[in-house]
Write a protein that binds this ligand. Structure first.
Ligand code: GLY
Length: 381
C-alpha cells in the first residue's frame, strides 16, 4: 500500500511494530471495540484486566467497551482519572499504582489504557513499574494518541521541572485504534491531532504530504481516508521505532516542530484553553520550515506550502496566533533551552531541506534562533 492508495472501507488494517522479543500489532478500523475485546481475550486467556480511562471517555464509551470485554469473559476493574494534562502527575501515578494493586492486577494480567495521550502515558508508566512490569494494551481514543503517543512505548508523567521528565520505555502488547471513536472529538481536538499526521509527510514522505493536501477534509469527515491517514502514520512511526526504539538516532526526527512547540506550551502554562499540544506542533512545523528557509536549507515555496496547508485545515501556523501572545524572542529561546540541552549556546533542531527531507541539526546557534524568532514576531505575513 503506498501513501496515495486509500484503504478499503470497513477493512481492518494491521500494522506490525517489528521489535525483537517485544513486537506487537496495531489494529486500525472503525467500530473495533468488541473486536478489541476479542483480541485481548485471545492474547491473554483468563487474564484479569484493569481498564484505565478518564471521566470524559468513560462517560462516552466506558460502558460499551466494558460490556464487550465482559462478553469475552474478561473480568474488568474500571479505574477512572480526571481528564487533562494535570493527571500526568506524581499524585495520580501513586493513586493509579495503588488502585491497580487493590484490583489485584498480577504480572499475568493486563492493564488497558483507554483514552488519549494523558491516559496512555500515565497508564503505560504505571504498567512499566507495577510488580516490575505488567503487560498493557493501548486503546487510544484521540487522533493524536492513535497516530503518535500510543505507539512506540514512551510512557511517563510530568514534573514541576518539565513535561515527560519521569518515565520509562515500556512497549504495549497490542494497540487497537478504533477510528469511529474519533467521531466524538471536538473539531479543535481532531485538528490538533491532524498536525501529527501531516508531520509524517513532512519528515520523509512527500507523497503523503501531497495526499494530505488533497484529502484532509475527508480525513476529518471520517471516511476511508481517515483510516488511511492513521495507517500511514502508524506505519511511519512503527518503522522509526523498529529502527531506533530508544531514540538514540533517527527516531528524533519524530520531534520535527516539537522544540518550538514545547516552548510555546510552556509559555502558555500548558493551558489547553489557549493552546493544545497539536496546535503548538502545527506552529512548530511551520516555524521549522521557515527557519530552514532562513538558513538557506529549504525553498520559500516549500515553507509557504506547509503554512498554507495548516491554514486551510484551520490550524495555527504563526506565533501571533498563540492566544494571549507567545512571549518575547528571549522568553521563547529560554523556554527552548529548558526543554532541550543547550551546549555552549547551541541547540539541536530538526530542520528540513524540503518537504519530506528533514534531518537532525545538532549545532544550531541560539543567537540564530533568537534572530529568527524576532523576525517572526515582527512579520505581518
Ligand atoms: N512522539 C515522539 C516519539 O514517540 O518518539
Amino acid at each position: 500500500m503506498n501513501a496515495t492508495t486509500p484503504e478499503k472501507t470497513g477493512a481492518r488494517i494491521v500494522v506490525p511494530v517489528a521489535l525483537e522479543g517485544r513486537g506487537y500489532d496495531i489494529h486500525i478500523g472503525r467500530h473495533q471495540l468488541c473486536e478489541a475485546a476479542a483480541l485481548i481475550a485471545a492474547f491473554a486467556p483468563g487474564a484479569k484486566a484493569a481498564l484505565v480511562t478518564d471521566e470524559s471517555v468513560a462517560a462516552l464509551h466506558g460502558a460499551a467497551f466494558e460490556t464487550c470485554l465482559q462478553q469475552e469473559g474478561i473480568s474488568v476493574t474500571r479505574i477512572t482519572i480526571p481528564p487533562g494534562e494535570a493527571s500526568k502527575s506524581y499524585a495520580q501515578f501513586v493513586a493509579l499504582c495503588d488502585a491497580l494493586l487493590a484490583a489485584k492486577i498480577e504480572r499475568n494480567d493486563l492493564v488497558i489504557a483507554f483514552g488519549g495521550g494523558v491516559v496512555g502515558d500515565l497508564t503505560g508508566f504505571a504498567a512499566a513499574v507495577l510488580r516490575r512490569g505488567v503487560r498493557f494494551v493501548q486503546v487510544p481514543t484521540t487522533l493524536l494518541a492513535q497516530v503518535d503517543s500510543s505507539v512506540g512505548g514512551k510512557t511517563g508523567i510530568n514534573s514541576p521541572h518539565g513535561k515527560n521528565l519521569i518515565g520509562a520505555f515500556h512497549q504495549p502488547a497490542l494497540v487497537i485504534a478504533d477510528t469511529a471513536l474519533l467521531d466524538t472529538l471536538s473539531e479543535r481536538e481532531f485538528k490538533a491531532g491532524y498536525a501529527e499526521v501531516v508531520k509524517y509527510g513532512l519528515i520523509d514522505d512527500p507523497d503523503f504530504f501531497d495526499w494530505c493536501e488533497a484529502n484532509w477534509s475527508r480525513v476529518i469527515a471520517g471516511g476511508p481516508e481517515r483510516d488511511h491517514a492513521v495507517a500511514v502514520s502508524c506505519r511511519a512511526k512503527a518503522a522509526f521505532v523498529a529502527r531506533d526504539e530508544r531514540e538514540e538516532g533517527d527516531r528524533a526526527l519524530l520531534n520535527l516542530g516539537h522544540t518550538f512547540a514545547h516552548a510555546l506550551e510552556r509559555l502558555t502554562s500548558y493551558d489547553s484553553a489557549r493552546l493544545v499540544h497539536g496546535e503548538a506542533v502545527a506552529i512548530g512545523l511551520a516555524l521549522a520550515f521557515r527557519f530552514s528557509q532562513r538558513l538557506g536549507l529549504c525553498s520559500g515555496q516549500d515553507a509557504i506550502r506547509v503554512s498554507r496547508h495548516l491554514d486551510h485545515v484551520g490550524l495555527p501556523s504563526r506565533l501571533r496566533q498563540v492566544p494571549g501572545g507567545a512571549g518575547s524572542a528571549e522568553e521563547i529561546v529560554n523556554a527552548m533551552a529548558q526543554d532541550k540541552k543547550v551546549k555552549r549556546g547551541v541547540l539541536t533542531f530538526i530542520l528540513a531541506r524540503g518537504i519530506g527531507k528533514s534531518f537532525i541539526a545538532p549545532g544550531v546557534a541560539a543567537d540564530e534562533v533568537r534572530a529568527f524568532i524576532e523576525a517572526e514576531l515582527a512579520s505581518k505575513d
